[in-house]
Design a protein around this ligand. Structure first.
Ligand code: FES
Length: 140
């Protein structure tokens, strides 16, 4: 695929990572434009079905990112997300997906630099993995 550019769907919590993404933008930080943000109130709301659906419909990777442990605005949503992602990574191969296509990070509201860095690193990682096979059937 000559013109292939990875597409990353990112489920980000409103209070931390979404704000960090906004800060990265207002600070004019450069990061690859490969990410499609989906704003959630908390990472605890990210149902594993959303992740699998994104991959089945052609995302090359999925990022879930929210508040640091102990900072979740809903007390323990990010701990729930951490447990779900751990289990999700175990079942992803059954759907034919490399578990490295799903990543969980904590990026606080003031960490715009970290957001830009995370996106850059993830794009490079996904380029090494190559296109998601499901993507051949559908383009986001
Ligand atoms: S509110 Fe940010 S992870 Fe829960």
């Amino acid at each position: 695929m000559d013109n292939w550019k990875p597409v990353i769907v990112a489920f980000v919590c409103n209070w931390c990572t979404y704000t960090a993404a906004d800060l990265a933008g207002t600070s004019r930080l450069i990061h690859p434009p490969n990410v499609r943000l989906i704003r959630m109130m908390c990472t605890g709301m990210v149902d594993p079905k959303y992740v699998i659906k994104a991959l089945l419909e052609g995302a090359d990777a999925v990022l879930i990112s929210g508040c640091h442990p102990g900072d979740c605005h809903y007390i323990n949503g990010n701990f729930k997300a951490r447990r779900r992602v751990k289990l999700l990574k175990e079942i992803l191969p059954r759907f034919g997906f490399d578990e490295r296509r799903v990543k969980l990070t904590w990026i606080g509201a003031s960490e715009g630099v970290d957001f830009a860095k995370t996106i850059k690193e993830m794009v490079e990682e996904v380029k090494e993995l190559g296109p998601n096979e499901a993507r051949k059937q559908m383009v986001l």
